[in-house]
Design a protein around this ligand. Sequence first.
Ligand code: CTP
Ligand code: MG
Length: 401
Amino acid sequence: MSMLPVPDTAIIVVAAGSGTRLDAGAPKAFVGIDTHSILRHALDGVFAADPAQVIVVAPAGYEGDAETELRASAGDRADLGRVVTGGRTRQESVAAGLDALWGDVTRVLVHDAARALTPPEVIDAVAGAIGDESGVIPTLPVVDTLKRVDGDAVIAPVDRSELAAAQTPQGFPRALLEAAYGEATASGIEYTDDAALFAAAGHLVRHIAGSPRGFKITTPADLERARHLLADVDASPVAPPAAWQGPRVGIGTDVHAFGGEGSLWLAGLEWPGEPALSGHSDGDVVAHAIVDALLGAAGLGDIGEHFGTAHPEFAGAHAEVFLARTRELLAEAGFVIGNVSAQFQGNRPRFSGRRADAEQALSAALGGAPVSVTATTTDGLGFTGRGEGIAVTAIAMVHPR
Ligand code: CTP
Ligand code: MG
């Protein structure tokens, strides 16, 4: 059994809010961004960061759901995670998380599940910047021009360079954070965030660069933003190229019954003395299956469309005419024929003796592209086994010129 070293860092992921402003019909942490919930995405970031004890603070009644998300995200780090029940305010929820810290933990990060797309690099950077007696938070510069207002009056400009927008995770030395929480609970004061609570106890808080992806999902518009960010990332590796430029394959099958007039035409050859196949044209099933395979590979429709009864000029035509015209159609569409392989199922004719001739005739009609033809019987089964007709399957490979 592999034992992970007991980490000296813990991450408290507060997820116990109700999400009033998002108003999505479920506690915010369990609202889906894509196929995964806000909490699941937040935990994916947390478990991609350096190993730490992970405490998920869940809404009362949702502990089991939080456990499920935790297990799905933690992988082989499941032993590092646990779920506790949150409180009425965020501050109470953090306090509940602090109560679950392991003895070895000396540094604590407090993270909003609602900042679901926070990159693991930010989490590691915060953990690494916690001082012996100072806390640290990630921030973003403020870009808007800011004004101090009173009612409808603009009172004064505000110097943007003195301001920063705070994100999470916020990191602190454990003992000082616990003491600061003790004081806050005793005083009954609710602070805006952990950094404010920590600073109120007389400690220094520093800041490092946060990430635009660390924004808090608060409103439906924020959820849309998260969805777009994920869609962009997910789409790029799997999106097909605008037009596939590699080789393409196609398949064609054809079946004809015996009972035609005259002699048998098969695989581009005449077979005197053999029963003929019925059908439009000469009934050459091998050629017809090959035509469908080629047209299919090039995405050019099928044999009925190009050679059917609407094209009387092909009535009675032999394989070389069909195949030559097919090759022309492909060339017009920018395709070169790679190779063709066809197999016919039937009791007769005995094919092996004329295989080379047949392959050569078909290949010549296709401008020299290799064509192979194999033959099989079906052990007396089915219409081919009963000698009622012949079935052919062909595949073709073509490529852009
Ligand atoms: N939080 C918590 N316990 C609470 C309130 C909030 O754990 N009693 C958590 C939320 O789950 C969230 C983070 O604190 O991850 C930031 O809070 P906020 O964005 O305000 O979330 P909600 O309180 O759920 O949303 P709202 O204020 O719109 O109801
Ligand atoms: Mg709230």
